[in-house]
Structures are given as structure tokens and as C-alpha cells.
Design a protein around this ligand. Sequence first.
Ligand SMILES: Cc1cc2nc3c(=O)[nH]c(=O)nc-3n(C[C@H](O)[C@H](O)[C@H](O)COP(=O)(O)OP(=O)(O)OC[C@H]3O[C@@H](n4cnc5c(N)ncnc54)[C@H](O)[C@@H]3O)c2cc1C
Length: 386
Amino acid sequence: MNAMESQEHRDLREAVAALGRRHGKDFDRAALWAEAGKLGYLGVNLPEEYGGGGGGISELSIVLEESGAAGCPLLMMIVSPAICATVIARFGTDEQKQRWLPGLADGSLTMAFGITEPDAGSNSHRITTTARRDGDGWTLSGRKVFVSGVDIADATLIVGRTEDARTGRLKPCLFIVPRDAEGFRRSAIDMELQAQEKQFELVLDDVRLPADALVGGGASHADGCGGEDSGLLQLFAGLNPERIMTAAFAIGMGRYALTQAVEYAKTRQVWKTPIGAHQAVAHPLAQAHIELELARLMMQKAAALYDAGDDTGAGEAANMAKYAAGEACVKAVDQAVHTLGGNGLTREYGLARLVTAARVARIAPVSREMILNYVSHQSLGLPKSY
Ligand SMILES: Cc1cc2nc3c(=O)[nH]c(=O)nc-3n(C[C@H](O)[C@H](O)[C@H](O)COP(=O)(O)OP(=O)(O)OC[C@H]3O[C@@H](n4cnc5c(N)ncnc54)[C@H](O)[C@@H]3O)c2cc1C
């Protein structure tokens, strides 16, 4: 018995690793997504009554980590089953659960998540995408940026605001916007990043939505937004899974790069021993391995707290795990590229493209500095500069 991981978790890890090995680094994203969905991996965290596995983020993070460690990370897992399906499972109406959860669980439906705005960036309190009551439904207007996978998603969960009838203040609300809704325009951003999922700038130009586009519904509440502050609660419910899954994404990528480097260092020989015998090559790889393991330990802590219902405890741990995993991933990839010498920059080995990809985990969904701010203020009680 492994004290850190149950047999069930280790079996899941091994099964996903085997699937990942079959697909490999030149994977067909849609084919892998479909197969992972069919095998029940994309919905391991969702309730059984909607076709999910009845597990939690602990299981879902294993799936993403292992697919990444095999060189075929499924980026959309961070948003579709982890954020969107979690929010709908926890706050959606019965109709919304029936409509979306079975498909999100088996991968036949995908949902993107849009919160970032050009003029708000890290300061999500400044978002201005606004919903107005329009007859029975809503009209949504605003702009989003860097939203991943909108073209391959059936809908995007858009974070907007509605005006509080009493105070006039804008408060968050989450809307499910179908891909082809009128007035919902997307343009792909020309990223240096080489990934199968594209990032989009979105324009919501008076997008007319039915009443049931609002997560949780609004009809039965005087404030029209599924209950006082429920939008904020819904948003927070998605944030911890997002950070834990980004940590899994980073750890998977870091492990993949490290594995390639270790294999290379064992066989490449330019003096009388393989290069891996030189401590200048071996020690940084050992260090990268330690840092990835440490990050995984924090990720497991965050996932365990979240799955146990401790949202507050999970908040600190999820931030720390995302930070540690992002840093460990960037260092592991950098060292892996260096270990391969000139080959580190060839397309054949495919490691150089990870230099850019690894940076994503440092920037998104919340930057390294914003996590350091969180820990400074929330954990250490230091004063704020902003
Ligand atoms: C590949 C990729 C995929 C993404 N996918 C999605 C998605 O699917 N959906 C979505 O909504 N968003 C997505 N994003 C957006 C991502 O969440 C943002 O890029 C991120 O939150 C940072 O916002 P920003 O880019 O506007 O940077 P800014 O907020 O402009 O920050 C720029 C720099 O200033 C620093 N900074 C800002 N404020 C402070 C402060 N108070 N103290 C110290 N430093 C500070 C930041 O740390 C950062 O280094 C994605 C981004 C990328 C790169």
C-alpha cells in the first residue's frame, strides 16, 4: 500500500499513461479527447447520476498530469470538466445539468471559459461585460481576450455582470453562450505558442440569450441573478479546480521534458561516459525532479482539501500548488532543452516549443505575482500595495 496514493489512483494513473503513450507527442487532439471521454476519464470528477465517475479533482488532476507526462496534454480539461462542469454541477438548474453534464462527462460536449478582459487583465474586479434584462432573457455585451478553445467548444461560460436592482452595483453572473450565438464573434490571436488549442479575442455585441443561459437561473429571484451574490460563489467554485488543474498541466509537461532529457543523458556520449554522468548535467535534472515532486505533493494537498469540501484551505494550497508547479515546469523544460544541446532546438525532439508552452503555467490563469500577492496578504497578513 502506497501511503500517498490509493491503488485506485495508481491504476487510473497507469491507465491514462498507457492511453497517452498510444497517442504520443504528435497526437490528434480530437481523437484523444474522444477516446479519453469514452473511457470515462474526462468526467471522473462529475456526479455518477450524470454519467461521471463520482470522483473529484484528485482524480481529474491525475488524468491531466498523466496525459501531459506522455506528451499529449489536454488543455481543455482545465476549463471544460474542471471549471465549467464543476460550476454547473454545483449551481446549475436541473435543466442545465441534464443539458450539459452528461456530454461534458463523456467528452461529446466541450465548454470554454471566458473571464479575462483586455482592460481588466489580472484585476477581474474590473471586468465590464454586462448583461441587461431583455424581456424573458438577457442581452450580453463586452469583450474578452485570450480565451482558449472557443472554436472547438460547443459553448463558452462567460463571466459577466448584472446591475444590482437595489444598489446599482455590478455583480458577477455566469452565462452559457453557444458558439454560434448571434453577435458572438471570435478572432484567433496570433500566438507564438504552439498548441492545438487556439486563444481568441471575443466580442459580444448585444448577444441575445434566453433566461436559462444564466447559470442557476434567475426567474425565481428578485435580483434576477440566481440569488444574492451567487455569481461570486459560482466563480469561486471554479477557481480552485482551475488552479489545481493548471498545476497538473505544468507537472505533466515538466515530467515529459525531464523524461526526454534523462533518456538523452543516459545515451549521449561525447567523452568516455554518457553526458548524464557529469554532475553539471545530472544535478540540475535531479533538482528539476525534486521540484516537480514537491509541486505534485502540494497539488495533491490542494485537491484533497477541495474534494473534502474545505474551499478556504484549498484556496491557499491551490494557489501555492499552481505557483510551485509553474516554476518547476519552467525550470524542468529549460534544463531539458539545455541537456539535449543542439538537439534541444530541433523539431525532431520537440522540446524547444515547450519553452513557450511552459510559460503559460506561470501567467495563467493567475500570474506568479498575483499568487505571491495572495500569499503575502492572505497567508502572511502583509499590507496591500494596490
Ligand atoms: C495560453 C493562454 C491561455 C489562456 N486561456 C484563457 C482562458 O481560457 N480563459 C480566460 O478567461 N483567460 C485565459 N487566459 C488569460 C490569462 O488568464 C491572463 O493572461 C492572466 O490572467 C494575466 O492577465 P493579463 O495577460 O492581462 O496580464 P496583466 O494583468 O496585464 O499582467 C501583466 C503583468 O503584470 C503583473 N501584475 C499585474 N498586476 C500586478 C500586481 N498587483 N502586483 C504585481 N504584479 C502585477 C502580472 O503578474 C504580469 O506579470 C489565457 C492566457 C494564456 C497565455
